[in-house]
Design a protein around this ligand. Structure first.
Ligand SMILES: C[S@@+](CC[C@H](N)C(=O)[O-])C[C@H]1O[C@@H](n2cnc3c(N)ncnc32)[C@H](O)[C@@H]1O
Length: 260
């Protein structure tokens, strides 16, 4: 099975295209655009204001879209990305990021101790074999009281992604599911790992995305997929806000604060 880094290196051009749809604010046009829109909305409510000089680090920054947005808002930014194809695409799309995208991984960050005020990892934790090691490394580069924002996928995710991914790894032909090693995290598991690695889990926001069964519809009939998603959006947002349904979310958006 290929590693997540190899897979994403080859997928960089696709990510650039998917982000372009998101930048057009065509949120119902694809599963990717819808999910990232929901993540961005959740982050908007949680992120600190961009005080000049505040150092923002994006681990697994991919094609650099979030980095470019945060740079434009006045943060100091650094991206860390292990996939060469992703780093190349980030610099091609955003030349202003030159010198700000570093080669490295979440488990070995090329940054000094306490160099960051805010750390972000969107859709990265799900590929990480040893989350505690990753969290300790984030804790090393983050100043005390600094915050780490990341997404994770609960095993009880209503899109059945964990189940589909197991089936895919056993050879079931599900072309829309990545054939990669992935890891799922309940809120309880995240709280325990974060607490053991020097963080306080402050907030967990359930956020939805479009996957099974809508993804198949998107592929066959994109306009019908978009219409279907638009119709279901009120139900999904209701589910995001429902106190008892968080466990079934597509993603969690987590804010963890480094203990002083
Ligand atoms: C689904 S992509 C998300 C990219 C970007 N954050 C975004 O939102 O578009 C996952 C990213 O995590 C990166 N990645 C995989 N393993 C990693 C690791 N051990 N440390 C840091 N990043 C990693 C991949 O190379 C890829 O760019």
């Amino acid at each position: 099975m290929r590693t997540a880094i190899e897979y994403h290196s080859d997928k960089a051009a696709d990510f650039a295209e998917w982000h372009e749809v998101l930048e057009r604010r065509d949120y119902f046009a694809s599963s990717f655009a819808y999910g990232r829109w929901r993540i961005r909305e959740a982050l908007r409510a949680l992120l600190p204001l961009p005080v000049p000089g505040l150092h923002f680090v994006d681990i697994g920054c991919g094609t650099g879209h979030e980095l470019a947005l945060f740079l434009a808002q006045g943060y100091e930014v650094t991206g860390v990305e292990p996939a060469e194809g992703m780093r190349a695409e980030a610099l091609r799309l955003h030349p202003e990021l030159a010198g700000r995208v570093l080669e490295g991984s979440g488990e070995a960050l090329p940054l000094a101790d306490e160099a960051a005020d805010v750390v972000l990892s969107i859709e990265v934790v799900r590929y990480i074999v040893d989350l505690a090691r990753f969290a300790r490394e984030v804790g090393r580069v983050l100043r005390s009281g600094g915050a780490w924002f990341f997404t994770a996928t609960p095993p009880t995710n209503w899109c059945l992604h964990p189940l589909l991914s197991i089936l895919r790894s056993r050879g079931v032909p599900l072309p829309h599911v990545q054939r990669l090693r992935m890891f799922w995290h309940s809120a309880g598991l995240l709280r325990r790992v974060l607490s053991e690695t020097g963080f306080e889990m402050e907030t967990v926001l359930p956020v939805n995305y479009i996957d099974f069964p809508c993804l198949a519809l998107y592929r066959a009939l994109p306009r019908a997929g978009a219409l279907w998603a638009k119709m279901l959006h009120p139900a999904w947002s209701w589910m995001e806000r429902h106190r008892l349904l968080g466990w079934a979310a597509g993603y969690y958006v987590v804010k963890a604060v480094k203990r002083g």
